[in-house]
Ligand binder design. Structure first.
Ligand SMILES: [Zn+2]
Length: 380
């Protein structure tokens, strides 16, 4: 048993200040406020915030390494980088690539999921709209095809959790149904869909929005597009990249109010350059140049190519933008854990869940991270 005491503990029922957490091995045993009145080995966290470990459902790489290319060890390095920054659960996101390559990456990442390094895979492609390609390679975008989906699903050996697709493409509805039957979350993204088509996709089983606003037609008051439809439907969880680059803070606040903490999902969409200096990087087949922390395609400087933020950076930015800390914790941990079907294991500082937590200073910079009861970085 170990006590963490004196911190501001962010729980689903509010902030306990001061509060305490009692750990039993790799599990949270109890949480309370005030003085725990127990004689146990204790860590003093006075003056610090304690948040649930972040759950990042959209991340391509970090710390100079990628999920989208390179070796298995490099993919482990990317997961370890994000873990050290507070993301105790990460879903590895692939970008559009030739099929054989996607199949090979799905196999490699499936192995990492078997080992518990990542929570599984997110296929961001290849069934996307070239009209809203963002930084993805349009040469490898293809029409949705159930046989192709089955191949990629099989390659990931049960670890494919989310697939992003554009529902206006021919064949999309058959893939939405096949994925939903297979227990894979269907996300709408990189899409030029109208509101009408998006609503039909939700009726067919889509339940998630990939980086709302980015890679979608801008909403118009008479044609609200995918953005309007996704926000309007209660069963849809909505990702936002609240890094101060991808979205104006006004849009972050409006989305947070419209979706509420139970549907808002903060993501990093980080690529290899997260945590690294400016310079040249790779995102799948695309070459990326990072200047002033903003990643852009080398060939098309208008296209922002993922982010260089960690989810901890996004959390800090969201708090600074005015979102309540409890809501930010829900959107960075609890709600994404639910998206992954892991709500009974992680995503909140609640008894019975995995001891996954982040200790932050007053500016919400991570100072210590615990995953499954082990300190990845110890408290100062
Ligand atoms: Zn992405």
């Amino acid at each position: 048993m170990l006590l963490l005491e004196g911190g501001r503990i962010v729980t689903p029922d509010g902030v306990l200040s001061p509060g305490w957490i009692r750990l039993a091995g790799d599990v949270i045993d109890a949480v309370g406020s005030g003085d725990p009145h127990e004689q146990l080995p204790a860590v003093d966290l006075r003056g610090q915030w304690v948040l649930p470990g972040f759950v990042d459902v959209h991340v391509h790489g970090g710390g100079g390494a990628s999920f989208t290319e390179g070796t298995s060890d490099q993919a482990r390095q990317a997961a370890a980088f994000h873990g050290g920054q507070g993301s105790t659960t990460v879903l590895a996101s692939l970008v559009t690539a030739p099929l054989a390559e996607l199949e090979a990456r799905a196999g490699l990442l499936g192995g990492l999921a078997d080992d518990g390094v990542i929570a599984g895979l997110h296929l961001e492609g290849p069934f996307l709209s070239p009209a809203r390609r963002g930084a993805q390679d349009p040469r490898h975008m293809i029409a949705p095809d159930v046989a192709v989906f089955e191949r990629l699903h099989a390659a990931a050996r049960g670890h494919l959790r989310v697939i992003t697709l554009a529902p206006e493409l021919p064949g999309a509805f058959a893939v939405i149904q096949a994925a939903t039957r297979a227990g894979v979350t269907v996300a709408v993204g990189h899409t030029d869909a109208t509101a009408e088509v998006t609503l039909a996709a939700i009726d067919a089983g889509a339940t998630h929005a990939t980086h709302l606003f980015n890679g979608m037609r801008p909403p118009h008051h008479r044609e609200p597009g995918a953005v309007g439809a996704l926000l309007d439907r209660d069963e849809v969880t909505c990702e936002v990249i609240a890094d101060g680059v991808h979205l104006d803070d006004i849009m972050v606040r409006l989305t947070a109010r419209a979706a509420g903490p139970g549907r808002l999902v903060l993501v990093s969409d980080a690529m290899a350059a997260a945590g690294m200096p400016d310079g040249s990087y790779q995102l799948g087949s695309q070459r990326v140049s990072v200047a002033g922390g903003v990643a852009r395609l080398l060939e098309d400087r208008a296209a922002i190519a993922g982010s260089t933020a960690t989810l901890a950076d996004v959390v800090r930015h969201a708090v600074a933008a005015g979102l309540p800390v409890s809501d930010v914790a829900a959107a960075a941990s609890t709600t994404p854990a639910r998206v992954l079907g892991l709500a009974d294991r992680t995503g909140a500082l609640s008894p019975g869940l995995s001891a996954d937590l982040v200790v932050c200073d007053d500016d919400f910079r991570p100072r210590a991270v615990m995953r499954h009861g082990e300190w990845l970085t110890a408290p100062p």
